[in-house]
Design a protein around this ligand. Sequence first.
Ligand code: ZN
Length: 253
Amino acid sequence: MLRTIITTFTFFFLLLPLSVMASMEVKKIQYGYSFKNKPLYAYKIADVGSNHANRKAVILTEGAHGNEYKSILEELINSPKKLEKFRAKFHKQLAAGLIFYVFPMINPDGVEKGSRLSSMGIDLNRDFDDKRLVNQESYFLVNFVENDLKDESAKALFAVDYHCCGGALLPPVELVDDIRSKKIIKAAQKSISPKFQLANTKKFFGKKFVGTLKDYWFSKLGAYSLTYESLDLESNDAIDKQINWWHESISIL
Ligand SMILES: [Zn+2]
């Protein structure tokens, strides 16, 4: 059995002078390690100013499939300028207690090799199932999120798992015809690209997959969740566009 959640080190870093920062805090947390012993990092972005009740959370993940990795989320966490933009945009929601969990690279071994699979040769996006969680990368991820949500008494509201290159938003099958999906795809078409389509995973790929991360967050946490299939590896998924789309989506949910 793997050791449960390790937050071997946790530190805060202030990105801008406090006056500008208001009370947004970005906390870098190591929540586990990959098969090849690479650290797994989460960035928890939240307001720490006061005690919040009925907290909501957003979960953003990227890099499950190393060959589809576009470093979209890295652009946010590595840029004080973008983080300030983010803070300005989500100022109200953060003050109301919203937490963002950002996971820029959930399969670092796969990203390093440009491989779809984990170091165990397993597709991470088929492993998110209570009966599986065979990869330590998936095991650590769900344990960290579930425990931290519990500690914060927070409920997951929205989850996006970044992939490439189908040019589609893929919700769990139960949410395909949901009115929220229709609004969220419209928001993506407006904020990111008019080429995006809303799709049913089974129809889109011609078969049903079990163990996807979006299905896990939906069934376990009740979050409105999506697989984000970027248009192609060269398309522009700039973080500014993502920030606008997240903002619109959260207001829909
Ligand atoms: Zn993928």
